[in-house]
Design a protein around this ligand. Structure first.
Ligand code: DX5
Ligand code: ZN
Length: 219
């Protein structure tokens, strides 16, 4: 299981300190939640902040765009070369072309679904993406409660993906109590905000998640 801490839940004005405390052999990715005030009502940060984050860490970035018209927004993140650049399937009619344009940059293309969108919506995109992101809360805030139906959605998606090299990522309300079921059903990356940034060191929180995932039979 790879873990991608969502910095939305961190101290955004003093993020350098959090970033410097992260052990790159433990923390796999850094999840950046870009929200534009349109696709979701909330507004977070954009490419300038993402660039500042990039300059302060060697850990690969995992950019989650919760934005309208992602075909206009995605190119702003190309020069950051994130490991993954993820857009929402609901936000565009041009998902195949958009995924192809992300891949042409040598960046992993990701596509995400809100909890209310049927997983079948992803079928036409699965040959064109590297990552499928199952939102396990409605996008907008960190610290929300995990929606239990997400486990079944992960299982269905795993079946749809078959042998294609597409990783399943789950985002929202992840903790040591729900990660095992996600691992068992085919998730290989989790995003965690509140869980990673509350309390003790981020490295130990990430380790705890990995141990909880590995403790499950079949993970
Ligand atoms: C929600 C974001 C998530 C969020 C995760 O809109 O996409 O990445 O920050 O935070 P937790 O783990 O606290 O739900
Ligand atoms: Zn996210």
């Amino acid at each position: 299981m790879r873990v991608s801490p969502s910095v939305l839940a961190a101290d955004l004005i003093d993020l350098r300190r959090s970033l410097q405390s992260m052990d790159p052999s433990i923390v796999d990715l850094i999840h950046l939640d870009v929200m534009d005030g349109h696709y979701v009502p909330q507004l977070s940060f954009g490419e300038a902040y993402a660039r500042a984050v990039k300059s302060a860490t060697s850990i690969p970035l995992d950019v989650h765009l919760m934005v309208a018209a992602p075909e206009r927004e995605c190119p702003k993140y190309f020069d950051l070369h994130p490991a993954y650049l993820t857009f929402h399937a609901e936000a565009t009619h041009f998902g195949v072309r958009l995924a192809q344009s992300i891949r042409e940059q040598g960046i992993g293309a990701g596509v995400s679904l809100n909890p209310g969108t049927p997983v079948e919506r992803l079928a036409p995109l699965l040959d064109h993406v590297d990552l499928a992101l199952v939102m396990s809360v409605e996008p907008g805030f960190y610290g929300q409660k995990f929606l239990p139906q997400s486990v079944e959605r992960v299982r269905q998606l795993r079946e749809m993906i078959g042998r294609r090299p597409v990783a399943i990522q789950v985002d929202g309300g992840i903790n040591t109590a729900n990660i095992a079921a996600l691992a068992q059903n085919g998730a290989s990356i989790v995003v965690a905000g509140a869980f990673c940034f509350q309390g003790d060191s981020i490295n130990s929180r990430v380790q705890a998640l990995k141990e909880a995932a590995a403790a499950s039979p079949g993970s």
